[in-house]
Design a protein around this ligand. Structure first.
Ligand SMILES: [Zn+2]
Length: 107
């Protein structure tokens, strides 16, 4: 199903490179998109997770909703953040607007 969040909140939706950590507004939007960790098969609630940059901050990723996803602490730790490092556990990415898991060695 789909969830629509309607609430007044101050501040921009996208923070670009001005701030590394997701704002309260972004966290609310991301929890609506993924009420649980976005890693396939994980049911850790979003409120117990972290907000992960799909394109890593260290590689120029922006703190924009389209570049963020909810992950639990464990899956945020094992996600293959560096696209130039040898693949180990796969990584999350957006494909056509949908967050998908990209297995190791996939392109
Ligand atoms: Zn998880």
């Amino acid at each position: 199903g789909l969830i629509t969040v309607i609430s007044r909140a101050q501040g921009p939706v996208d923070l670009y490179r001005f701030q590394r950590f997701a704002s309260v507004k972004q966290r609310t939007m991301l929890a609506a998109e993924h009420p649980t960790c976005a890693w396939p098969g994980c049911n850790t609630p979003a409120e117990r997770g972290q907000f992960h940059h799909l394109t890593p901050w260290s590689h120029g990723g922006e703190t924009n909703v389209a570049n963020l996803v909810t992950l639990c602490n464990y899956h945020n730790g094992i996600n293959d953040d560096d696209p130039n490092a040898p693949p180990r556990r796969g990584r999350l990415t957006r494909d056509g607007g949908t967050v998908v898991w990209q297995p190791p060695h996939a392109h």
